[in-house]
Each structure stands twice: as C-alpha cells, then as structure tokens.
Ligand binder design. Structure first.
Ligand code: V47
Ligand code: SF4
Length: 399
C-alpha cells in the first residue's frame, strides 16, 4: 500500500483522537515535532499510525529508492578494556570466555584487506574492542597502509569510544587527533558507541567509556573538518521512551548545527552472552515502531538504516515500509559482536543479487550507493545471470 492510501485509512478512523490528528497534521505538513510529540508517539502511537506517517516521510524523501552498498567488516579484536553490560566483548564476559578471544596483528589486518583485492567492495567498516596496543600510531599506520594499497576503498573507521581512548593515551586533543586520522585516510565515521545518551542509563550500562557530550563533540569536530558520519541508538533494554526521545533530540540539535550526519541506525538490544541476559528483548512490533518514530522525529537526517544481520532479513524487509530506506550492505563479515549477542543472522553475508532480490520482493527499488550516498547503480532493470531461466514469482520483472 502506498503512503497516501495508508494515511487515508489511518485518518479515516473516527476513534482517532484530536492529539493524534494534530501530530499527523504536523508530519504531513513537514513541521517539526516537539519533544512531547515524540514521547506521545512512543506512548500512544499504534504501529499502523506511526507506520503510515513514517512511510509518507520516507516516500517524500526517497520514493521507492532503497539503498545498499558493498562492504566488508574488520574487527581488530573482540577484547575490550571497557565493561559495557550489554556487550559480549566486555572485559568481564571475556574473562569467562577466553577460548574465543582474538586480537589481530597489523599483518593479520593487512591480510584481511588483501583478501578483498579484486572484489567489487567499495567500503571497509573497521570497529571492535578497545585495547592499549591498538593505539594512535598503530591505527595511523594501518589507515595509511590501506590508502596506499587500495586508494579508492572508503575507510569508515572507529567511533568516539576508540578515538576518545587513543587520543587521551597519545595526549592529543580531539581536534588534532581527528585531523591526524583524516590525513591518514579515514573517510567517514560509523555510528557506534552512542548507546543511550541519558547519563543515568549510560552509567548503568556503559559506565566508563566516553560520555554523551564527548561522543557528540567528536562528531561535531569531525563534521567541522568537512567529514561525514553516522549515528546509532541502542534501544529496547532499560531505557524509557523519554530517554529515546532525549537521544533523538540531541542528535537532531547537532545535525541542525553541522549537517554532517548521513544516516541513523537504530540497534536493537540483544540479550545473549552479556551481563543483561535477564532483560527481555523487545518485540518486532516495537522494533518497527521505533524505526517509524525515529524517521518521523529526525526530520533533518536524510537516511534511516536497518542493520539486517542484527534484526534479520524479514524484519529488515518489513522496516522498508516503516521509514527505513537503507539496508546497509552485502557485509562479507568477520564480525562476531552481533552473532554472540544473539542476532538473527549467524553468518551475515548476502550477495548483491540476494540483496537486490530482498528489496524487489517488497516492491521497492534497489540502488547501490557508495558510503557517501552517491548512486553507483540502479538495479531496477538489471537481470542477473542466475535469474534468466527463472520466471513467475512476485515482483521480479518478467523477462
Ligand atoms: O555501539 C553491542 C552495539 C554497536 C550489542 O555506522 C549491541 O554504518 C545490540 O554501531 N545488542 C556497534 N547491539 C555497531 C554499529 C554499527 C553497525 C552497523 C553499521 C554502522 C554504521 C554502525 O553495536 C555498539 C553497540 O551499540 N552492540 N552489543 C548487543 N548486545
Ligand atoms: Fe567495549 Fe564497545 Fe563492547 Fe563497550 S560496547 S565493551 S566499548 S566493545
């Protein structure tokens, strides 16, 4: 159902309150929602209601375009000096599971990059645990090596959590450190480490790493250098709806100031192999509501991404009708953080054909992008070799 039809159905409900109509009117007239509107949506917005509004906004911004890229992930280590309660890499969890610990050497990391020589990937996503040996000189050397080895490969690397740690250790300011990282070849920053900005909740789940102000400041400096980054939220654990809106509000304010964020990625809390296993995971309905309200509230973010290995392919497809316009990537993966935490996909890798197929099956238009959202290829009319003999199912074009 297209957005115009679904909104008509929702607004035709005579039981819809005046407040629901007022908030819907704001969204449909491209007016900004207040903090209270955001909380209202979380508390009183049914899936159909927030979904119809988010879909309208998604289609206003992107039509049916659904973006993906071809990337690989590199995690230097799954050991960490920090002790985030939700994380299977935390030092306390790792002491119990020494057998599956790894820490790659410089040469190991170069070999992982070399493995993709000649393959059509456009991005390497580098993020992992925090350890003293992965310091500023180590990363400057590694980034410089990647750029010399494969200059066109986009390096999306490290979060304010790592940067805060390595700059402090090297005794350099955030400003100088970010300039050094940029000059060494880092092209953009992924969105991790944001978790929940509220200090009380952050203290309980991610006590000792960089705080909200430091996370936001590092992104701000990066944007001031003319660079782009992403943002995330870790939701569905012990936070309240007010905490979620507070998180979105802080991001929206920084985006007003710098315009440097490209995409927002809600990350669903998973409860395996961590110190929060007693906390129940939220439902798929809550996942979709959270995507939708994020889309509606973050009016100054161009893109909303679902990270399919974490949420699973089916929910990722559903999310494309609840505000999401980006499916991340083919993600040939050495990543373990999500599979250990109980994500839907244990060996996350999808071919381009499979990703394109996932998007087409729900009636959207697959567009391959680079990390900065330049369009590389529109797959609307592309017929893959494997599909030539195959006729007769769902939205795949009849050949
Ligand atoms: O910050 C750790 C999360 C994040 C769990 O920018 C968990 O394109 C859920 O930020 N349950 C890192 N989440 C990953 C990340 C990311 C992923 C994909 C794309 C991009 C991008 C960024 O992973 C951490 C943390 O919030 N995480 N443990 C867990 N148990
Ligand atoms: Fe370390 Fe990041 Fe895990 Fe926290 S979330 S323990 S900083 S790897």
């Amino acid at each position: 159902m297209r957005s115009a039809d679904s909104i008509d159905v929702v607004l035709a409900d005579p039981a819809l309150s005046t407040r629901h109509r007022e908030v819907a009117g704001k969204v449909l007239n491209s007016e900004r929602l207040s903090f209270d509107d955001g909380v209202f949506l979380f508390k009183e917005g049914s899936l159909a209601y927030v979904g119809a509004l988010a879909n309208a906004m998604r289609e206003r911004k992107h039509g049916d375009n659904t973006y993906f890229n071809r990337n690989f992930h590199l995690e230097p280590t799954n050991l960490c000096v920090y002790d985030c309660k939700f994380c299977s890499y935390s030092r306390l969890i790792k002491q119990r599971n020494d057998a599956d610990a790894w820490s790659f050497s410089m040469e190991d990391m170069k070999n992982i990059v070399r493995k993709y020589d000649g393959q059509p990937v456009t991005e390497v996503h580098i993020v992992g645990g925090v350890l003293p040996q992965y310091d500023l000189p180590f990363y400057l050397e590694f980034f410089g090596w990647i750029k010399a080895h494969r200059p066109e490969l986009h390096i999306k690397a490290l979060t304010p959590v790592e940067y805060h740690y390595i700059f402090k250790k090297a005794k350099v300011s955030y400003e100088d450190g970010m300039r050094m990282i940029r000059d060494a070849g880092v092209d953009s920053m992924p969105g991790g480490g944001a978790e929940i900005f509220d200090p009380v909740i952050r203290e309980q789940i991610a006590a000792d790493k960089c705080d909200a102000e430091q996370w936001l400041r590092i992104h701000e400096i990066w944007h001031e250098l003319g660079m782009r980054s992403n943002a995330t939220i870790l939701y569905g654990h012990i936070e309240s709806f007010e905490h979620r809106v507070d998180h979105l509000e802080r991001l929206r304010q920084l985006q007003d100031k710098t315009g440097g964020f490209q995409t927002f990625i809600p990350l669903k809390f998973r409860n395996k192999e961590n110190q929060m296993s007693h906390v129940e995971e939220c439902s798929t309905i809550e996942d979709l509501r959270n995507y939708a309200i994020s889309r509606i509230y973050l009016d100054n973010f161009d893109h909303l991404k679902t990270y399919w290995p974490m949420i699973g392919r089916t929910t990722a497809q559903l999310a494309l009708s609840f505000g999401v316009d980006d499916l991340d990537g083919t993600i040939d993966d050495t990543t373990k953080i999500y599979s250990m935490a109980g994500s839907e996909e244990q060996n996350p890798a999808l071919s381009t054909r499979e990703l394109v197929d996932m998007i087409r099956r729900v009636g959207r238009k697959p567009i391959e992008r680079d990390t900065l959202y330049n369009v590389l290829q529109d797959y609307s009319d592309v017929v893959f070799e494997e599909d030539k003999e195959f006729r007769g199912y769902f939205e795949l074009p009849v050949i």
